[in-house]
Design a binder for this molecule. Structure first.
Ligand SMILES: [Zn+2]
Length: 301
């Protein structure tokens, strides 16, 4: 059995929102078992919004949560860090509507969580184990989840850009390091699209400090890329954050092709409704037992 965990202490960070450009203070606080991840707007008397699929509001350029008209925007990088480091219970206090973008990756959140430390809890963790393949599709964009013994993601992208092209990155829970292989990958955008995004009131806080920006031939950031396939790794980072909205870790192999926030969110909400495709288990390594084999007896404790 695997137990739930929370943070050992509260930790804070400040920054600006990518889309709003507004300064925000964020604090991660330990939370009791079975709380899950809950956001609290401290500027609105601590109004709480659970990081659950039913509260997903808008998913085009970022994943936002909304409840009773109250918005929490751009949640995916923090949720990715929490899921990537297997933190089950935390209260996230913010005093504005958008999370800080920091350097555009999940690395500052990983460092913040590491600074807090981990606290193991008595309650058992439950996992959502995939029993049969399940797919969502939007034209040539697809995400399929397959039964597997661990959490695993294969992400493929294909952008008609000389520096990106076709990229594939594979994450396997048992053998990959989220903190070093996934978390540092930054969000990216194309110079040609920035003007349109600005006109739509987006990326007001965007700069070369918090995003990789591409012109027609390459990257305009002086420091270059953190990984040759940083783009694909960032898409995978986003997927891990968006899948945190399942409310519990997934046991299965996710294969995503040219997907994005909208399709990630669609898969999560449809999978939760498709109850024949999964079951809850308390051990990640639990395998399906043939029906003919009698189940062993366990002492209850
Ligand atoms: Zn992202």
């Amino acid at each position: 059995m695997v137990n739930q965990q929370t943070l050992a202490a509260s930790v804070s960070v400040s920054g600006i929102g990518l889309h709003t450009g507004v300064k925000v203070n964020l604090r991660l606080c330990p939370a009791p078992a079975n709380t899950g991840i809950v956001f609290r707007r401290t500027d609105l008397e601590g109004f709480a919004i659970e990081a659950q699929s039913r509260n997903v509001a808008r998913v085009s350029y970022a994943t936002s949560l909304m409840k009773k008209g109250v918005l929490i925007s751009t949640t995916e990088h923090l949720l990715s860090a929490l899921a990537g480091l297997e933190v089950d219970n935390v209260i996230v206090e913010i005093d504005n509507l958008e999370l800080p973008i920091l350097d555009g990756s999940a690395r500052p959140f990983v460092e913040l969580i590491a600074q807090a430390g981990f606290q193991r809890q008595r309650a058992r963790k439950s996992f959502l184990k995939i029993l049969r393949p399940f797919e969502v599709r939007d034209g040539i964009k697809t995400i399929t989840v397959y039964p597997a013994d661990t959490f695993q993601v294969t992400y493929r992208i294909d952008f008609p850009h000389p520096l990106i092209g076709a990229q594939c990155f594979e994450f396997v829970r048992a053998s990959s390091s989220y903190a070093t292989e996934v978390a540092p990958a930054r969000t990216f955008g194309f110079l040609a699209e920035l003007e349109m995004l600005r006109k739509n009131g987006l990326i007001r806080g965007g700069s070369l400090e918090n995003a990789v920006v591409l012109d027609q031939t390459g990257v305009i950031n002086a420091e270059g890329l953190r990984f040759p396939d940083e783009f694909c790794r960032h898409k995978l980072l986003d997927l891990i954050g968006d899948f945190a909205l399942l409310g519990r870790p997934l046991i299965g192999h996710v294969v995503a092709e040219r997907a994005g926030h909208a399709l990630h969110a669609q898969l999560v909400s449809r999978l939760l409704r498709e109850k024949k495709s999964w079951k809850l288990v308390s051990k990640p390594e639990e395998t399906l037992r043939p029906v003919s084999e009698p189940a062993p007896m366990f002492a209850m404790n």
